[in-house]
Design a binder for this molecule. Sequence first.
Ligand code: SF4
Length: 365
Amino acid sequence: MDYSPSAKELSHFPFLKKAQDHIKKSFPPLDKLLKEEKGVFLTGLAVRRINQALASKKTIAAHFQHRDDEEIASYVLARIIISCIQDKQLYDRLTRYEAERAYYFLNAETGSESEKGWNENAVLDDEQNSRIANYIAAEFRIDLSRDRMPLADYVEIVSVLHEERFKLVNRRVQKGFVAIRKEELLELLRERIRVILRRDLPYRVPKTICQELAPVAESIKKGYQEQMLQQFGSIEENAFPPCMQALISALTAGTNLTHAGRFALTTFVHTVGMDVPAIAQLYSRSPDFDSEKTMYQVEHITGRGGSGTEYTAPACAAMRTTGLCVNRDQLCERVNHPLSYYKVKKKDTGKPGTKKGGVPPAKPT
Ligand code: SF4
């Protein structure tokens, strides 16, 4: 494509390869930069970016206050900091935020009657797509001028989307292509961006850089954990999704869990706020309970065992693959993660007039 995005356009879509090429000459190498005042300033911008990604209410401003190269650098640094933290949930949150931002900027490019767009140089084609929109779409292999998409691409993109309209049964499929409405193309592009940005994380960051960034990484991690605990509040076993209920019932009934089952249950209960001794206690119901081994495994999974890596509970798609998605109920249709199920269910059971403990214990697997 014979088109070179402007610095301003690149700053709005900093994940583009051209954006990163653009800042290569603007700053010294990272190890040097981080020791300079400029590095401290850019790290601050990156931390703000991460905090935005983690905030429950996000505000995305189309008009930036900082220079274009600083905006791009803050994107790169945010991904480096997150890679040092090694928490899959943070990777997910940041990439979702970046994809949402891109979607917002694509829609806010030319503005509306009440608000000026951020790109005064936007040139639209006959389909009302701008050059930068077509450029990004081409990089992410989506053709904005077509009203259909190859079936394999479509299935990959929509696998995490739960709206009925995206389900294949609600689509016209012809000769290996799925019909797409024009207004849906940018939504699909947003999902594709998210998947690809997520796929590239974590970066392999040199230890010395992570050490330099350790204080900010630690404060982000701490803040996020506090946020999670506040969000989930006290542990409400009755709001556990059927899959987790089934795993606990299986334990209680004296069944040995598979490795995948142990992993899913441990990561889930850890995220909703159960501490290591309480998790080990849960496993004491298992017939092959070995206190030392259990503590080791639990500490490893929850990031206390020296590796520093905290694992995340598997999403529903992964649970299905390992055969752990059982006893699905109506709420399962609306979520794609056991933790989302828990959040919604807990909120519902907390509503006045709702009986607590409405979920009957599931049968062992
Ligand atoms: S759909 Fe998700 S939340 Fe529901 S049982 Fe399956 S894995 Fe658990």
